[in-house]
Design a protein around this ligand. Structure first.
Ligand code: ADP
Ligand code: MG
Length: 699
């Protein structure tokens, strides 16, 4: 412990105190050249004066001394450093230089570094019991491992975890992540038996590729939960395009987490609730939920919340209803949500739960209990525990079904709550919170069930596209080039002619055939509809001439390089947005949504980061709120979603082959029924100067 201090309140004192009080099994050596004794222990003037070997050095010396101390540690043969001191990359300038120097020394001597600018590390495992942090709370041992990017928050997280009844196996505040990153810790914890759930608090991912690779693997056998703050740069570069404005902040990070199986939560409260559920309850087989309640209102709140999260309030099997009928009074509701009404006592709960948990249609249970005066809450809690724990152990029909409880009302609430928690039944105060946790459990189950689907073989004419792209300057690609590139990759476009005056427009329209669509096109003209620069459904030469003349009169002065564009009318009936923006850190981010000119208003868009596998596009389409519109709907035929999915994979191929493509937006791609002509009618491609590679760095 270098920088040990005797000054009350000093970090250097708190760390020494924690090392001792946590019951660390090995020797602790305080180092401080200016003080002879710290907490009754004689100090050493330098690391080099310590008699025995040193595995870990915790540094709290002033920033200007860190590099020198690190060198001494290296000479001493120290295995690793925890650098608590701040004043490095986070302050820029000389701080950044200092961090580079520190890292160089660590590399030279083969030491690993946690930090700098961190709160330290904790390991509560039997036989280690190391608290090398300045946390003020003592965390009980347990099955959770946590990594926090923020030191200050780390302290709060630890305290809250303890309050939420979660024990901590290991904790690391990684600070500036000069060396050890979240991904490194995931790799380590993957093989630590005491760690069963991993919690992350991250502000940014420096090396997403590494994180994705590790998290994808680890999350398959240990749940990873993340609270992520901070925004991604996605979309910022995409000003003026639909994809960018709809993607907005943070979408890339969100998608990235989902894709590698990390469960993202928005608050620590949610994180701890979910961690507890994952530790003590099984992951459900599916998303079919039964709700059992003793009060109508909360039952409705719960079902609404579950429904909003895409979970199914399942219809109970006839056999279950018969059983319930026998056990319940006539006023009770036998349908899901099963309402046992206010007079329900422990016995009624027991019978109802026994029936519902065995229902083959039910994957998971949410039990609500609003504590009425005349009912003993503790006895009800016992009945619930019996259902959740014992029934499940005895009967395979009840096994593997998670049970969450929402406990409202005060009467003997505390005692009931503790009884449930002690038996591993997660308890919530509000139905919405329980529903949200349920959703995450189901999300995890779907994630575990999902298998990657290989990509189909796509035929493309790469050279045709490359020739055009190589010759094009940075910026928006001109219309004809966009068409060449998309066609080369098998993305069909409406047949298009470009002309410069109304007379030519009529000739072009004749050649295309009626009905025809007329548009004005110019480099600075982005949203054509807003300027009434799209005229659809022109039926003859006169209409084309008049419309063309009107466009020229209104727009020619305002927009340099105005071209008239004539297009065959796409016969389809559903409009999609297909987009890609290259996130500077996460790489290509694909978007698909119900498109057309209202896409910003509807905001019904699904995102995913490359690489998409063969099943991703269909999942994206299926996840849209408006997905039913893509099927057969009120007399309309179904739309060719399979083709739409293929279009995304073709776009993926294109941006993989052409790293200069910064953005693609096809809006709309007009889908027709399968087998009919589905066509892109409006497409833009933005090129950067050079190939854009995701920035390297640390995760
Ligand atoms: P912008 O997005 O710049 O306003 P678009 O070219 O996307 O202009 O056209 C706007 C809308 O007009 C489309 O969403 C679509 O409804 C309709 N439209 C445009 N071109 C065609 C076409 N060739 N066939 C059928 N409808 C079209
Ligand atoms: Mg458009």
């Amino acid at each position: 412990m270098v920088g040990a201090s005797r000054r009350p309140g000093a970090i250097g004192r708190q760390v020494v105190a924690n090392l001792i009080e946590s019951g660390f099994e090995g020797p602790v050596y305080p180092v401080n050249a200016r003080t002879a004794v710290v907490l009754s222990m004689p100090t050493y003037a330098s690391v080099l004066d310590i008699p025995g070997p040193v595995d870990l050095a915790v540094l709290c010396v002033p920033a200007t001394e860190v590099v020198a101390v690190a060198r001494e540690c290296g000479e001493k043969g120290v295995g690793g450093l925890v650098v608590i001191t701040a004043g490095f990359k986070e302050i820029g300038g000389e701080g950044a230089d200092r961090e580079d120097e520190l890292l160089a020394i660590a590399r030279q001597y083969g030491m690993r570094i946690v930090g700098p600018n961190c709160m330290g590390v904790i390991n509560t495992e039997e036989g280690v019991r190391l608290d090398a942090s300045f946390a003020a709370t003592r965390t009980p041992p347990g099955a959770v491992a946590m990594v926090s990017q923020s030191g200050a928050l780390g302290e709060a997280i630890l305290a809250d975890a303890t309050t939420a009844g979660l024990g901590v196996s290991m904790f690391a505040s990684v600070g500036n992540r000069a060396d050890v990153t979240a991904a490194d810790l995931l790799e380590y914890w993957e093989h630590v038996d005491s760690v069963r759930v991993i919690l992350l608090y991250v502000e940014s991912l420096g090396n997403p590729a590494k994180f994705v690779e590790v998290a994808r693997r680890v999350s398959r056998h240990k749940p990873i939960l993340a609270v992520k703050s901070g925004r991604s740069a996605a979309g910022a570069a995409a000003a003026g395009s639909h994809t960018g404005s709809v993607a907005g902040a943070d979408v890339a990070a969100d998608t990235l987490f989902r894709q590698c199986g990390v469960l993202r939560v928005t608050s620590f409260r949610q994180m701890f609730a979910l961690a507890a559920a994952l530790l003590h309850q099984p992951v459900p087989r599916g998303g079919r939920i039964a709700v059992v309640t003793n009060a109508g209102g909360p039952g409705i709140l719960a079902t609404d919340a579950l429904d909003a999260y895409g979970l199914e309030i399942v219809k109970l099997a006839p056999k279950t209803r018969t059983r319930l009928q026998r056990a319940l009074p006539p006023e009770a509701s036998l349908h899901n949500p099963v309402d046992l009404i206010a007079s329900a006592d422990a016995d009624r709960y027991r019978k109802a739960l026994r029936a519902v948990i065995r229902d083959p249609n039910v994957d998971a249970l949410l039990v609500l209990f609003v504590s009425p005066i005349m009912i003993d809450a503790v006895q009800v809690a016992e009945a619930i525990v019996e259902a959740a724990v014992r029934e499940a152990a005895d009967d395979p029909a009840a096994a593997g079904k998670p049970l969450l409880v929402c406990l409202m009302g005060r009467q003997r609430g505390r005692e009931a709550l503790e009884l449930l928690r002690d038996n591993g039944v997660p308890v919530f105060r509000y139905p919405e919170d329980a529903a949200r946790t349920m959703r995450s459990l189901v999300a995890r189950s779907r994630m575990l069930a999902r298998e990657a689907v290989p990509l189909p073989k796509l035929r493309v004419r790469r050279n045709d596209a490359q020739r055009v792209l190589d010759a094009a300057p940075a910026g928006w690609l001109d219309g004809p080039s966009v068409e060449t590139v998309l066609c080369a990759y098998g993305i069909p476009l409406a047949r298009t002619r470009r002309v410069s005056d109304p007379g030519e427009a009529v000739a072009a329209a004749h050649a295309l055939g009626y009905p025809v669509v007329l548009k004005a096109e110019a480099p600075k003209l982005v949203h054509k509809t807003e300027l009434r620069a799209v005229v659809t459904g022109l039926r003859n030469g006169d209409e084309v001439y008049d419309a063309a003349e009107d466009l020229c009169r209104r727009l020619r002065k305002r927009f340099k390089g105005l071209t008239l564009l004539l297009q065959e009318r796409a016969p389809g009936h559903r409009e999609l947005l297909l987009g890609m923006t290259r996130d500077p850190r996460y790489g290509p981010l694909f978007a698909v949504g119900l498109g057309g000119t209202q896409v910003e208003v509807m905001r019904d868009v699904a995102f995913r980061i490359a690489p998409l596998d063969g099943a991703d596009p269909a999942e994206m389409l299926g996840s849209l709120k408006g997905a039913p519109l893509l099927g057969a709907w009120r007399g309309d035929p179904p739309a060719d979603v399979e083709l739409a999915a293929e279009m995304l994979l073709r776009m993926q191929q294109l941006v993989a082959d052409a790293p200069r493509i910064q953005e693609i937006e096809i809006n709309p791609f007009i889908l027709a029924a399968p087998g009919e002509r589905s066509l892109a009618v409006d497409a833009r491609i933005h090129l950067s100067e050079d190939a854009v590679e995701p920035q390297g760095g640390r995760s």
